[in-house]
Ligand binder design. Structure first.
Ligand code: ZN
Length: 72
């Protein structure tokens, strides 16, 4: 599944950037680890290309690669 231009443009942006217009919020969760005790992320799904994006706070937007897919 290839990310659309809007998803590609958003990946790598600071998480303070707003989601693009075709992302729908799907939920949120948090990772707790000794290195980053307060990192949380919101999950979005793109209605155009079907890819999932994670808004990591603090951090950057990232594309979630489907498991088993080889990195492009
Ligand atoms: Zn997309």
């Amino acid at each position: 599944m290839k990310p659309c231009d809007a998803c590609k443009a958003l990946a790598g942006k600071p998480s303070s950037a707003p989601p693009h217009g075709d992302l729908s919020a799907m939920g949120s969760d948090a990772r707790v680890s000794p290195a980053s005790p307060a990192e949380r992320y919101d999950e979005y799904r793109c209605t155009v290309c079907g890819n999932w994006m994670l808004r990591n706070t603090p951090g950057i937007w990232s594309l979630r690669n489907p498991s088993g897919a080889s990195a492009a």
